[in-house]
Ligand binder design. Structure first.
Ligand SMILES: Nc1nc2c(ncn2[C@@H]2O[C@H](COP(=O)(O)OP(=O)(O)OP(=O)(O)O)[C@@H](O)[C@H]2O)c(=O)[nH]1
Ligand SMILES: [Mg+2]
Length: 241
């Protein structure tokens, strides 16, 4: 479902002359207000369970599931994870996560372009949250809509792969403003591409001066330790609250 129109129809035609009508603005506000209320309830529930919750957002194919597969495999002996997988269709990603032995639930959004707080609130019912340290939510691959929907997470983590071009933070600023951490993935491919890493980081900081940035490759393993340190720090802070 798109926040601009609130419609769930994939090929629905919009009357663009109506774009600025009061009725249309009201729908968007109601939709976000309702989502924000449910996200606050999720956040309170996660806090009560001392659960560290991350919302992984990116364009399709940047490597969200690959990063999760490697992270879970490397860290599952010291942290208890659960994963919510969001995709329009298929349970491909949930099957990949299940192969690591970590509890996972797939949410299919159909025509919807993002997860919302209602889906997440029901999705986690399957898990034993009291026995979980980290909930990873992989959002639908989309650099636009997931930026506007709070799920109750501690942080949005934006994944950008080096094959996408260094200008993406400027072209999709809402996503990089909403994120606290940017993972620049697939750096093993840098020798084969024209991708200006320094420029990419400068663009991200231009739209969000506070954003933390980690460069990594889940193929070569480079940078993964930095990501694990950041993750562990978040878990430690959550346990102290
Ligand atoms: N070279 C290289 N390829 C990678 C890396 N990480 C992921 N890939 C490849 O990138 C492709 C997409 O990876 P996924 O993990 O499925 O990406 P995703 O973001 O989960 O994709 P969606 O769920 O469809 O949005 C796969 O072919 C991966 O093998 C990496 O660090 N280096
Ligand atoms: Mg995926």
């Amino acid at each position: 479902m798109c926040i601009d129109c609130g419609c769930a129809e994939p090929f629905h035609k919009h009357d663009h002359e109506d774009n600025h009508s009061p009725r249309k603005i009201q729908v968007g506000e109601d939709l976000l207000a309702k989502n924000n209320r449910l996200a606050a309830a999720n956040r309170a529930r996660f806090a009560a369970e001392q659960l560290f919750v991350l919302n992984l957002v990116s364009s399709p194919g940047s490597g969200k599931t690959s990063i999760l597969e490697r992270t879970l495999t490397d860290l599952k002996s010291r942290l208890a994870f659960a994963v919510l997988e969001g995709d329009q269709q298929t349970d491909n990603d949930a099957n990949r996560i299940a192969a690591t032995g970590v509890p996972v639930k797939q949410i299919n959004t159909g025509a919807g372009c993002h997860l919302d707080a209602h889906m997440v609130g029901h999705g986690v019912d399957l898990f034993d949250l009291g026995a979980t340290d980290v909930l990873m939510i992989e959002n639908v691959g989309n650099l636009v809509c997931p930026a506007s929907f709070d799920l109750g997470e501690a942080h949005k983590v934006a994944v950008l792969s080096v094959t996408e071009g260094e200008d993406k933070p400027l072209k999709y600023p809402l996503m990089f403003q909403a994120a606290d951490l940017m993972l620049i993935n697939k750096i093993d491919l840098l020798p084969y591409l024209r991708f200006d890493l320094a420029q990419c980081k400068a663009f991200a900081r231009q739209v969000n001066p506070a954003i933390k940035i980690i460069e990594l490759s889940c193929y070569s393993g480079e940078g993964m330790e930095q990501w694990y340190d950041w993750l562990q720090q978040g878990v430690n802070q959550k346990r102290e609250t």
